[in-house]
Design a protein around this ligand. Structure first.
Ligand SMILES: *Cc1c(COP(=O)(O)O)cnc(C)c1O
Length: 393
């Protein structure tokens, strides 16, 4: 049996006609820049995520970049973030000339540890830290209650890297009351990626920023289009960060499926968890299951299930290198997200030496993502687990 890490053909089988019709509609409209498809998607994503405004951009990377530009981040500024993420999270900080400061991750959630954030903010007596970028890794939100509390105390804005977490729900505590918020809607801005492997993936690159405040939305709209308003009058130096209407049209076809896809991914995760437990691999500590850390806080009155949208299903495993070889020999796709933590990347040069993040380093050495896409069948999952059992026996 062949089990790829991700199979986009599986969803194409029921989306193809609608996607072609949507793309054709854009072609025939001749509205190739901005236009109604982009505007509608912006409204739909903002509404879906519980935000006031959506600003479509070229990619998840550019969503983060335009936010840093919007906050006026530049040389000498420091940005606090997670050392365990896709490179873009750090890349944008370096590109605006700022310095990344890393707070180590919590080993259970893989997300940035708010206690470490507190320590770094307290130690920043010169107040060089100008923003915090928590990453909602693998589809589960970072601990935003604690993060927002620190951020408010030190008056530092929070930009959520929600590239892997669109629609993920988080039980936010405010004034002793729990309120369920969707990823991206809690900080000053939230950034999404529509890279094809994300839960809501385009037919190419795309991204979006969501914000609550009109003033910020207007600034990001300017920056997205060379800072021009009106045309050819440039108040700010921005860039071309416009979302392609063909992508917007395709994403609007996919958005109505998103809740169902999240549920299917969560069901697949539950199936893996059950199988790995039944086979004894968990008890023998050959594999460690991913934790949905907020699931327990959910009361039955809430009917909210997307606390983890499983963009990735990530285990900690023993003898990882040999296991990967074995899986690929058996036609099973898998991937390491991510093998080198950000503070260990060569491009950081001398900036790297100041950082000590043992949990991120340990995660980078131990984690392995298995196929989890919505259309994955239960027989494929059984095959994956069976092969992993065979490996360890
Ligand atoms: C995918 C991703 C990005 C970048 O998104 P692109 O659309 O590929 O530019 C940024 N941060 C994280 C955590 C991601 O997973």
């Amino acid at each position: 049996m062949k089990v790829p890490l991700l199979d986009l053909q599986a969803q194409l089988s029921y989306l193809e006609n609608d996607l072609i019709a949507a793309v054709t509609r854009v072609i025939k409209s001749t509205r190739y820049i901005q236009g109604p498809e982009v505007e509608c998607l912006e409204k739909e994503i903002a509404e879906y995520s519980g935000a006031a405004y959506g600003i479509g951009v070229t990619s998840g990377t550019d969503a983060l970049l335009v936010c840093l530009m919007g906050l006026g981040i530049g040389p000498g500024d420091k940005i606090l973030t997670s050392p365990y993420s896709f490179f873009a999270t750090m890349g944008v900080i370096l590109r605006v000339g700022a310095i990344p400061v890393f707070a180590d991750i919590d080993p259970v959630s893989f997300n940035i540890d708010p206690v470490k954030i507190g320590e770094l903010l307290a130690a920043d007596t010169e107040r060089k830290i100008k923003a915090i970028i928590p990453v909602h890794l693998y589809g589960q939100c970072a601990d935003m209650t604690a993060i927002m509390k620190q951020a408010e105390q030190y008056r530092v804005p929070v930009i959520e890297d929600a590239a892997q977490a669109i629609g993920a729900e988080y039980p936010m505590s405010q004034n002793g009351k729990v309120d369920y918020k969707r990823a991206g809607s809690m900080g000053i801005a939230g950034c999404f990626s529509f890279f094809p492997s994300k839960n809501l993936g385009g037919i190419g690159d795309g991204g979006m920023v969501i914000v609550q405040e009109k003033e910020i939305a207007e600034k990001l709209v300017l920056l997205r289009n060379h800072g021009a308003h009106p045309k050819y009058y440039h108040k700010l130096v921005g860039g071309n960060f416009r979302l392609d209407p063909i992508q917007a049209a395709a994403l609007r076809i996919k958005l109505p499926y998103l809740q169902k896809w999240h549920r299917q991914r969560a069901e697949n995760a539950a199936t893996y968890n059950r199988l790995f437990t039944e086979t004894g691999l968990v008890a023998e500590q050959k594999v460690k299951l991913p934790a949905s850390v907020y699931a327990d806080s959910l009361g039955p009155e809430h009917g909210i299930k997307n606390v983890h949208i499983y963009n990735q299903y990530v285990l900690r495993v023993r003898r990882r290198t040999e296991l990967i070889e074995w899986l690929s020999k058996n036609d099973i796709g898998c991937e390491i997200y991510y093998p080198v933590p950000l503070h260990k990347q060569d491009c950081l040069g001398s900036l790297a030496s100041e950082t000590y993040c043992p949990e991120a380093e340990k995660a980078a050495d131990e984690t392995l993502a298995l196929p989890i896409y919505p259309e994955l069948t239960s027989s494929m999952q059984s095959y994956v687990v069976e092969k992993i059992v065979q490996f360890y026996r």
